[in-house]
Design a protein around this ligand. Structure first.
Ligand SMILES: [Zn+2]
Length: 461
């Protein structure tokens, strides 16, 4: 079907950063066929299958979250006011070990639904139970690059700080990673692409990372990994390999033009030089990092030529908040109000992420021939107008609740605020049930042994 989006402010994010004050986008099937001034496009395509009159609205390229764990929304409200170590070791690891397939599936679908409402059309997804989350891509209509978040250092070996490797776990995890990368690539009408996604240098042995690098090369898949998120990484790689975390990652093939390293805030000049030398892409999650009192020097890294995309990471779903955080924390970090401006932020959230995925010719801007992944924001709603500068208005004042309509591959998934493929109330109710059952088991198991018992046990008793 063809769709004409007309009478809109169109922010193309093309190379010239063209903005049409009264513009239109013509979509034919899954692709954008034309973009330009509304009157011209309307005259050129007089009989569209559907017309979306977007007067008073801003049309932008679909946003891309370069780093997400969709099944981790169960941690919302439970870990924000805690240290990272306490959250990771005391909560994430044990909970991830006991969440059921069905609980993860429900959380994943709920997160994808929220991200769609937030104008996100592509999600880079790393997950322990990736097979549970993948079907949600089909159900929701979203696009996702996905990989099993593989480990071979069990959670208990991180807790007791022995960092012991489990070879049987490695065999299972690497086989699953490769099987998922083979079997799911191109699924959901091509909207799923796959990644090799080891969790990080503290959680994966040298053998595991070397095997996964070989698999990525053989299959032609990109690698996504956490790096530079905590002192624990340097402690582990120093003790086991006598190397700093970034150097170790480099030496086992976890840097390069086909690698997305997320976080990079516990890093020094040597580490940044390695990223620059290898042209490694950076996933930047400013909202979740700032919550932990940390932030990578992103403005500086971009000025050195590094490519950066933005991610939600865990339990945040308002991508406008993520974009706003990127600008805010960069300015605080540098004491420079021009460190990152709105144009930089939108570019990271679209083209930067598309480049990191190797999909710069398909995603990231509203241009002829690209995939029709489009977000329409209602600038007439309270809190966003008056619309004096569409880009600055959006980055500094929009929220996910201003998102009006979202298309992926030319299919309308959110239509004037209503989901077309999802029953929002049903998804919410099923997620609430899954959340309750998972936390009830968690509190029962760890009540006397784990620091996380301080988490509202009464609510689950
Ligand atoms: Zn993460």
């Amino acid at each position: 079907m063809s769709i004409l989006i007309k009478n809109a402010t169109v922010v193309t994010n093309d190379k010239k950063k063209t903005i049409y004050a009264l513009g239109a986008v013509f979509i034919d099937g899954k692709k954008i066929k034309d973009v330009g001034p509304s009157k011209e496009i309307e005259a050129r395509y007089p009989k569209p299958g559907r017309v979306i009159d977007a007067a008073g609205k801003v049309v932008i390229p679909g946003l891309i979250s370069l780093h997400t764990h969709a099944g981790w929304t169960c941690f919302r409200g439970m870990v924000e006011d805690r240290t990272l170590y306490d959250a990771a070791v005391g909560t994430y690891n044990p909970m991830n070990a006991l969440m059921s397939h069905d609980e993860r599936r429900r959380m994943g679908l709920y997160t994808y639904m929220e991200l769609l409402r937030s104008g996100v059309t592509t999600v880079v997804e790393m997950e322990e139970d990736i097979e549970a989350v993948a079907p949600a891509v089909k159900t929701s209509g979203i696009r996702s690059a996905m990989g099993l978040m593989a480990v071979d250092v069990p959670a208990e070996s991180l807790i007791d700080r022995t960092y012991k490797v489990d070879p049987a776990l490695r065999k299972d995890q690497n086989e699953r990673s490769i099987r998922f990368a083979k079997d799911w690539h191109g699924e959901s009408d091509g909207r799923i692409t796959t990644l090799i996604a080891p969790r990080g240098v503290a959680n994966c042995s040298e053998e595991q990372l070397t095997e996964l690098r070989k698999a990525a090369d053989k299959l032609g898949r990109r690698i996504a990994i956490h790096l530079g998120w905590g002192k624990l990484e340097n402690e582990v790689t120093g003790k086991k390999y006598n190397k700093k975390a970034f150097q170790y990652a480099h030496d086992v093939g976890m840097m390069g033009e086909d690698v997305i390293t997320t976080h990079c805030y516990v890093a020094d000049e040597d580490d940044f030089d390695l990223l620059v030398k290898t042209k490694t892409h950076i996933g930047h999650c400013p909202q979740v990092n700032a919550m932990r009192g940390q932030i990578a020097p992103i403005a500086d890294l971009r000025s050195r030529g590094l490519n950066v995309g933005l991610g939600t990471d865990n339990y945040f779903s308002d991508f406008f908040e993520v974009m706003r955080s990127a600008a805010t924390v960069a300015r605080v970090k540098t004491a420079n109000p021009m460190a990152l401006v709105s144009e930089d932020v939108l570019d990271m959230a679209t083209m930067g992420a598309a480049r990191a995925l190797g999909m710069e010719n398909e995603l990231g801007s509203l241009e002829k021939g690209k995939r029709a992944d489009v977000t329409i924001v209602d600038a007439g709603m309270t809190g966003l107008g008056p619309l004096n500068n569409p880009l600055s208005n959006l980055i500094w004042h929009a929220t996910m609740h201003h998102v009006h309509t979202v298309l992926v591959d030319g299919e309308v998934l959110l239509d004037a605020g209503k989901f077309t493929k999802l029953d929002e109330k049903k998804v919410q109710a099923e997620t609430k049930d899954a959340n309750h059952s998972a936390w009830a088991r968690f509190v029962q198991k760890y009540d006397s042994t784990c620091a996380t018992t301080k988490i509202a046990p009464l609510a689950y008793s």
